[in-house]
Design a protein. Structure first.
Length: 213
């Protein structure tokens, strides 16, 4: 599964860019929501996601919630018809409770961890989650360098949880995808490498090929 991050796209053309990436073979859209607190950057929230959903009714939307209070946005994102609500566990006291609320609102649950967070932190919650997102850059900005030293987290999860969906995000592109797929990631977020490519279609298909083999 390849999900482009539209963070570094021309956000004034958000809808056209998103549709173009889906037409070029993207399996889902990875929508980076930032609140200026959990990360030192701001993007967009549920009003924008809702407008995008009105124009793109069918595609799978994952929101990557880089926010201090993930519980606050569950209802609005569910109303915007988000399919998967992926939130960072770091600022959260009661992870199972948030997972329960997300499911109750009709969305799938993703648990995200920053590079400095041990994978041990999520292992008690895997029964409540559909996916774990291993960040391969510090969250906040697109276009950063891939952190290869996150791959042991992916490999450990894959070894112990063969059926778990494991997503990687940050600096992933044709030159780093093989490390991710070898470690066992099966959901791949790629921002700059797809958006800035001369031929995004061939980048998406080469990323897919690497994950499938
Ligand atoms: C970083 C975001 C990522 C990022 C991906 O905080 O969560 O989704 O934009 O972009 P690239 O692939 O450029 O690192
Ligand atoms: Zn992201």
């Amino acid at each position: 599964m390849i999900g482009p991050s539209i963070l570094n796209a021309d956000l004034a053309q958000l809808c056209d860019e998103s549709q173009r990436l889906l037409d070029l073979g993207a399996d889902y859209l990875h929508l980076d929501v930032m609140d200026g607190h959990f990360v030192p950057n701001l993007t967009f929230g549920h009003p924008v996601v809702k407008c995008l959903r009105n124009k793109i009714p069918k595609a799978f939307f994952e929101t990557h919630m880089m926010v201090s209070k993930p519980e606050q946005w569950i209802e609005p994102m569910a109303e915007a018809k988000v399919d998967q609500y992926t939130f960072h566990v770091e600022p959260v006291q009661d992870v199972p409770e948030i997972c329960r609320k997300i499911k109750e609102a009709g969305m799938k649950v993703g648990l995200a961890i920053k590079p400095g967070t041990s994978v041990d932190v999520v292992k008690d919650y895997l029964d409540f989650a559909d996916l774990v997102l291993i960040m391969t850059v510090e969250p906040g900005f697109g276009g950063q360098k891939f952190m290869a030293d996150m791959m042991p987290k992916v490999a450990w999860l894959r070894e112990n949880y063969p059926d778990l969906n494991i997503e990687v995000d940050g600096g992933v592109g044709p030159s780093t995808i093989d490390q991710c797929s070898k470690a066992g990631a099966n959901w791949i977020v790629s921002g700059t490498a797809v958006i800035k490519a001369d031929d995004p279609k061939s980048v998406i298909s080469s990323l897919k090929k690497s994950v499938q083999t």
